[in-house]
Write a protein that binds this ligand. Structure first.
Ligand SMILES: [Zn+2]
Length: 174
């Protein structure tokens, strides 16, 4: 079931931004880039919406009328990495990720690390505990292009996937 972004109105979020207990999804809206539980931790949705509208010329990352899984299938990866999703018992995700899923990635697990919004090019669902070689595309931020983000993670060699906590790691192969 699809859910609507409270910031920009994008109607194809895969999870509700907040569940019935108030837990954030940590899903990144592919239209406005809001990550629920992160960008809205200190700013209201109204404030984020004003900023998104003020940015004006920023195009949605994905075209309207396309699902993310479809859009991602047409994109060429910025980098390729061997990804390991931590098993649920080791602090990994509870749920299998579906094509169209994205998450922030960081070069280290230190508390001052920088996150880059990443979209693995998944052809099929990917479960906690599994390993898979995946292409990644990166969202362009305000000051950094997707290529720049990919170059930083490629130099690091290993990077970590975040969804409220570190839920997996990846070794760059290309
Ligand atoms: Zn949005």
């Amino acid at each position: 079931m699809a859910h609507t972004c409270p910031v920009c109105g994008f109607a194809e979020l895969t999870q509700p931004p907040y569940d019935s207990t108030g837990c954030a999804s940590f899903e990144i809206c592919p239209s406005c880039g809001t990550e629920f539980g992160y960008h809205d931790a200190n700013k209201s949705h109204e404030e984020l919406r004003r900023r998104w509208l003020a940015a004006g010329t920023r195009k949605p990352f994905f075209e309207a009328g396309q699902t993310r899984a479809e859009a991602l299938r047409r994109m060429s990866p910025h980098l390729v990495a061997d990804v390991y999703l931590y098993p649920t018992a080791d602090g990994g995700k509870q749920l299998t990720v579906q094509p169209g899923w994205g998450c922030p990635c960081a070069c280290s697990k230190s508390s001052d690390t920088v996150f880059y919004d990443a979209w693995p090019l998944l052809e099929a669902p990917f479960a906690p505990g599994e390993r898979r070689r995946l292409g990644f595309v990166f969202l362009s931020g305000e000051s950094l292009s997707g290529e720049d983000s990919a170059a930083i993670l490629r130099r690091a060699g290993t990077f970590y996937l975040w969804e409220g906590r570190f839920i997996g790691e990846a070794t760059v192969v290309a």
